[in-house]
Design a binder for this molecule. Structure first.
Ligand SMILES: Cc1cc2nc3c(=O)[nH]c(=O)nc-3n(C[C@H](O)[C@H](O)[C@H](O)COP(=O)(O)O)c2cc1C
Length: 180
């Protein structure tokens, strides 16, 4: 049976570098026969987690915004892929806000077993990705049976579409998607 992949792009501007990585990953995954759903946060209304923890009893969030529908798709996927710009050596605030809002999944049934992280940063050095990798590792470690399966970091991309001059890294994203 083909794998169900949910790809979440978290950059909010057009022509995003991390979104281009996600699109290359998706091309590979689709070619390999996966069914892919792409969700972009740019047009979503997402509030901060209020920390009330009611979701730990009800498995539902008290906030009725766009995360409500997203959780249904996220829970049903076999594989989750997050694409984020590096912001102050962490994942984007909008990605972190989404991760916090996924807390209703913690006590519930969920299908996903694999997580991938695709990152874009202005700094070229691999160390620029370390904080963001820690961020996703923290999330993954809270979900039994879930593994951080892959991380791809495109360093040295700053202006929108810089990534288009980097067929090497786009090729890596494509092959990563194809291998899922
Ligand atoms: C608020 C903000 C913080 C940033 N912090 C970093 C950083 O800590 N390290 C870095 O290398 N690049 C940093 N950048 C640059 C972005 O990571 C870079 O432009 C990236 O390619 C943007 O990805 P996107 O096009 O997918 O949004 C920052 C950019 C913004 C807007």
């Amino acid at each position: 049976m083909s794998k169900k992949i949910c790809v979440i792009t978290t950059s909010l501007h057009g022509g995003s570098n991390s979104e281009a990585l996600a699109d290359a990953f998706i091309r590979g995954a689709v070619e390999a026969g996966a069914s892919v759903q792409k969700i972009g946060l740019a047009d979503k209304r997402i509030e901060f987690c209020r920390g009330c923890l009611i979701c730990q009893k009800t498995q539902k969030c008290v906030i009725h915004d766009d995360v409500y529908d997203m959780i249904a798709h996220i829970k049903a996927a076999d594989v989750l892929v997050f694409a984020s710009p590096v912001y102050f050596y962490s994942v984007s605030g909008q990605m972190k806000t989404l991760l916090d809002r996924l807390n209703p999944m913690f006590p519930s049934e969920y299908a996903f077993r694999e997580v991938y992280l695709l990152l874009a940063s202005a700094e070229k050095d691999e160390t620029a990705a370390e904080g963001s990798i820690k961020d996703i590792e923290g999330f993954v470690s809270c979900f039994d049976q879930v593994e951080l399966k892959g991380v791809l970091h495109a360093g040295g991309v700053s202006e929108g579409k810089d990534i288009m001059e980097r067929p090497d890294i786009l090729g890596k994203a494509y092959r990563m998607g194809k291998a899922v």
